[in-house]
Design a protein around this ligand. Structure first.
Ligand code: CIZ
Ligand code: SF4
Length: 364
């Protein structure tokens, strides 16, 4: 990085409102050279600047289609990695704050997933009998692991089709890092809970006996999202007492009990679409990240739809929240002066294997 790059300290104390104006000016000045992507969980002050908004699947597809020189990803680290993997060599992907990770993604790493694969090898031949499936919320080297071992990536939008693809190829699936997405999706496909086991990566052999492994169809990694784990079925009960005609919609990262009581279960894109299509005057209790729920409440107010957040407590994704207008402005100001900061670069060896598992997903 050149010495004349701007330091974040020059921006940290700026008011959000003055960042807003400057961000607009830089975006205008850079035109088509720049595209800003915004995930649904971003705060409004940042989300408003996105040229394209969506879930990670939609954004990663669009990242591969754009020919902008700079892709600024307002989201979390694994999403920017996917954008880098799918973009072309001349493009640069920027994550405005490197601390924007995903606690759930961090619950699986290459060391403990490779150990799991080796330990499964003591009981069966995993490369013949187990399809590894990684949720897109995972590091690039885990996507590469899936690429190497005949596996695939899924998102919460396509998890069902991806699990079907995986079971069509091999009799078992190892699903990481989110146990809830795996369990909720497989159960709705008709796989009973008795055919699922949880792999505790802190224990030898995942804490399972050889027989449990042989009998299982789905091996679920013991990972979770602490934001979605806050929602409880009692919150749905209380809502229904008050609004007997109201509907409950939950993200599949929520617990099994919450998804069982919900009227609808689906990804952020599904939640938005379902509420959009619902009749005027509908009442919804929504179990997903707070910024998105607040935005839905505003967006559909005019149609007389009432939207409530599932938890009485504030549960926001604290890492998504790291991307603030100050960091976005800092990243853009540097780009305007051709000093990319916080570039996300996946080494080519990892990227090419990760691309395999992503391309398998796109082909399903
Ligand atoms: O895939 C995504 O973007 C995430 C993390 C959630 C969702 O349901 O969209
Ligand atoms: Fe990760 Fe949960 Fe935040 Fe999504 S809401 S980015 S899964 S920590």
């Amino acid at each position: 990085m050149s010495q004349s790059a701007f330091a974040i300290e020059q921006f940290s104390d700026l008011e959000s409102s003055s960042c807003e104006e400057k961000i607009r000016q830089i975006k205008h000045a850079m035109g088509n050279r720049l595209v800003v992507l915004g995930h649904h969980y971003q705060r409004d002050e940042v989300f408003q600047h996105a040229d394209i908004t969506g879930d990670s699947l939609k954004l990663s597809r669009l990242a591969s289609a754009t020919d902008a020189e700079y892709i600024v990803f307002c989201g979390v680290h694994f999403m920017a990695e996917v954008a880098d993997i799918l973009s072309s060599p001349g493009q640069t992907v920027i994550l405005p704050d490197m601390a924007a990770g995903c606690a759930m993604a961090d619950m699986a790493n290459l060391v403990n997933v490779e150990r799991c694969w080796k330990e499964l090898g003591q009981v069966l031949n995993p490369d013949e009998r187990v399809t590894p499936v990684t949720y897109i919320n995972s590091a690039a080297d885990l996507k590469a692991f899936c690429g190497r071992h005949g596996g695939i990536v899924c998102t919460s939008t396509n998890a069902r089709d991806i699990l079907q693809w995986s079971f069509d190829r091999r009799e078992k699936v190892l699903f990481f890092p989110d146990q809830h997405l795996g369990r909720n999706t497989a159960y709705r496909m008709g796989i009973p809970l008795e055919q699922m086991v949880v792999w505790d990566f802190n224990l030898p052999m995942g804490g399972l006996t050889p027989q449990q492994i042989k009998d299982a169809r789905l091996i679920l990694w013991k990972g979770h999202c602490s934001v979605h784990q806050m929602f409880k079925p009692e919150q749905a009960d209380r809502f229904r007492e008050k609004y007997p005609n109201g509907k409950v919609i939950a993200h599949p990262e929520c617990s099994f009990e919450v998804c069982q009581t919900a009227d609808e279960v689906g990804s952020t894109e599904y939640i938005i679409e379902t509420i959009r299509r619902s009749p005027r005057g509908s009442q919804w209790l929504v179990g997903t990240e707070l910024n998105l729920v607040n935005r839905l409440r505003e967006q559909f107010k005019e149609e007389g739809k009432e939207i409530f957040f599932m938890s009485p407590m504030i549960c926001m994704c604290s890492t998504m929240f790291r991307i603030d207008p100050q960091h976005l402005l800092w990243a853009l100001e540097n780009l305007l002066h051709d000093h990319p900061v916080n570039r996300i670069r996946v080494p080519e060896g990892i990227a090419s294997e990760a691309r395999l598992s992503l391309e398998r997903m796109f082909s399903v």
